[in-house]
Design a binder for this molecule. Structure first.
Ligand code: FES
Ligand code: FES
Length: 154
């Protein structure tokens, strides 16, 4: 039986009937066409699917959409303000914090969470608190520099 959920995603309200077994990641990608959030491992190990739910960063592949009725969700698609990039998006470009880009939406959403938690005071701190976000291209120096830099500006 379907579950009715109300999700506010990037400021837009969606009322949906979802399969109670469907992950939040699959609902975002397959029902709302928000494919910026990536599916890497689908088992909580890579961080590619990181989003913010009520301001907290979570891996969306490990949580069911039906558990989030009433939640406020932010994904990579909601960050830019018109033509203006979010400061962390701009910092990723500036510091070349990416190569193929597959992990990047998750890295950026996680970075926003990391900064908001007050865990981005130094490159070492960023490394520790972003350790759940894997980059197979090894763009870590740029990722850490971008988050630490944006933390100083936001
Ligand atoms: S796809 Fe969710 S942690 Fe890898
Ligand atoms: S930029 Fe390719 S996986 Fe991170």
């Amino acid at each position: 039986m379907a579950s009715r959920v109300r999700l506010t995603v990037n400021g837009q309200v969606h009322e949906l009937d979802v399969d109670p077994r469907q992950s939040l990641l699959d609902v975002l990608r397959e029902r709302l066409d928000l494919t910026g959030t990536k599916k890497g491992c689908n088992q909580g190990a890579c961080g590619a699917c990181t989003i913010l739910v009520d301001g907290r960063r979570i891996v969306s592949c490990l949580t069911l959409a039906a558990m989030h009725d009433g939640a406020r969700i932010e994904t990579i698609e909601g960050l830019a303000n018109g033509g203006e990039l979010h400061p962390l998006q701009a910092a990723f470009i500036e510091h070349e914090g990416l190569q193929c880009g597959f992990c990047t939406p998750g890295q950026i959403m996680s970075g926003i969470g990391c900064i908001a938690e007050g865990h981005a005071g130094s490159p070492e701190e960023v490394q520790f608190w972003m350790s759940g976000n894997i980059c197979r291209c090894g763009a870590y120096p740029g990722i850490v520099a971008a988050v630490a830099d944006a933390a100083g500006r936001t």
